[in-house]
Write a protein that binds this ligand. Sequence first.
Ligand code: CA
Ligand code: CA
Length: 71
Amino acid sequence: MAGIEDARKTFDKFDKNGDGFVTPVEFQQAMVELGDRHYTVGLAEAILRTRDGNGDGVLSFEEFFDRAKEL
Ligand SMILES: [Ca+2]
Ligand SMILES: [Ca+2]
């Protein structure tokens, strides 16, 4: 299991503008950069929704890490 520092590095890759939250567009861009060229914003929104604990439509590090622990 990856530690919190690894999770933070991964989160920072997704959080392009460094504001501490990953938006669906940021998530989609990161997935495209990781090689999934057909990844859509709609798909990113759906994935984020499954992890979005407080329902604000963006992913905080806490939400990201909480879910990562379950994997
Ligand atoms: Ca961001
Ligand atoms: Ca959230």
